[in-house]
Design a protein around this ligand. Structure first.
Ligand SMILES: *Cc1c(COP(=O)(O)O)cnc(C)c1O
Length: 372
């Protein structure tokens, strides 16, 4: 059995240090917004290359409070993709704005920058590119469009901490960057967590207030906020794990290239393509294959954990029926949801396992073709 993700192997590596730090926090009595929160914010701001980072409860909250901090709400439109996790556009709807879906580039799975301008209307306020699977979106083109149309850019970097585009970290390009520390993410907590990055002092101050019930001063509330603080225990754990992020991302890349090599002999398996001048961090290693549903089942029968990210595009989800955007409106997105399959990917994966996964997939694809 080879799982798509495994967290216990990593725990073997860092568990002792984590247990010591967690006990220290427990004994300190400082459980909310303590020294680890502050230190983590400083460390990650420096790592990502921004002036400010604010720890939050989740990546979803980072997106939500990003929109709130930019005063995006009812009557506004926000451009993003339908080939992403639901939180990307759910948060647009949470603030009362309307998501406008632009099709993806099927080679990169990210928003097709060439199609953004067609979707801009007088109501458009922002673009949310997603760095899906750890691959940067085409930020130069997106920033250029945003500048010409006076739009905000919020990067959904939840799957891409440590990824680079033109030598700069994702999450440092837009007005705001949003990160998730969900346990399976490249930098995962042992519970929920998130981070918002920005170079703007105003945005930082607004988010600091919003995460704590809309007031910078205790018991003085200027607007409706939320409770979205990061637990001090999680901040302490994340500081330990953060020291390994570059090494872990490097291992993910090595695994991806090993997969690529093994799949080179099977032209029916389309391996992920990287865009120029990027450093992809392979949150997922996602291939495109024919007869995907049948092969997905066969892989599970063979004891290999694979997943479909994502099986239904967001414009065709029940929650978005009200938008009235039917099937056929985003052809590349829709086609990708039918052919993608993500394979086991985590830093502690062994060469032996990668080989087994690749050989099994090749066999499944060839068998399915022979039967066709
Ligand atoms: C994980 C994820 C989120 C949400 O993050 P949570 O911490 O789970 O709330 C948002 N967008 C994308 C692309 C994600 O992968």
């Amino acid at each position: 059995m080879i799982p798509i993700f495994n967290s216990t192997r990593q725990y073997e590596q860092i568990g002792k240090e984590v247990e010591k730090e967690v006990i220290d926090v427990l004994r300190s009595g400082q459980y909310i917004l303590g020294k680890h929160n502050k230190a983590l914010e400083e460390e990650l701001a420096q790592f990502i290359g921004v002036k400010h980072a604010v720890c939050l409860n989740s990546g979803t909250d980072a997106l939500h409070l990003a929109l709130r901090a930019l005063d995006i709400g009812a009557g506004d439109e926000v451009i993003s993709t339908a080939f992403t996790f639901v939180a990307t556009t759910e948060t647009i709807e949470m603030v009362g704005a309307k998501p406008v879906f632009v099709d993806i580039n099927p080679d990169t799975f990210n928003i097709d920058a060439a199609k953004i301008e067609n979707a801009i209307t007088p109501k458009t306020k922002a673009i949310i590119p997603v760095h899906l699977y750890g691959q940067p979106a085409e930020m130069d083109k997106i920033l250029d469009i945003a500048k010409r149309h006076n739009l905000f850019v919020i990067e959904d970097a939840c799957q891409a901490i440590g990824a680079l585009y033109n030598g700069k970290m994702v999450g440092s390009f837009g007005d705001i960057g949003c990160f998730s520390f969900y346990p399976t993410k490249n930098l995962g907590a042992m519970g929920d967590g998130g981070l918002l990055t920005t170079n703007s002092e105003n945005i930082k101050n607004r988010v600091l207030a919003l995460r704590n019930h809309g007031g910078a001063v205790r018991y003085h509330h200027d607007e409706v906020g939320v409770n979205s603080r990061l637990d001090e225990v999680q901040a302490a754990i994340l500081r330990i794990k953060y020291k390994h992020i570059n090494e872990w991302n490097k291992l993910r890349r090595q695994h991806a290239y090993k997969y690529n090599e093994l799949f080179a002999k099977c032209s029916d398996i389309i391996t992920p393509q990287e865009i120029d001048n990027s450093y992809c961090v392979y949150h997922q290693y996602t291939v495109k294959i024919p007869n995907r549903d049948e092969i997905f089942e066969k892989m599970h029968e063979a004891g290999i954990g694979t997943m479909l990210y994502y099986p239904i595009p967001l414009h065709l989800q029940k929650v978005n029926e009200y938008l009235g955007q039917g099937k056929g409106s985003l052809p590349e997105t829709e086609r990708c949801t039918e052919v993608v399959m993500s394979l086991p990917m985590f830093p502690e994966l062994t060469d032996e396992e990668i080989k087994t996964v690749a050989e099994t997939l090749i066999e499944c694809v060839e068998n399915s073709k022979a039967l066709a």
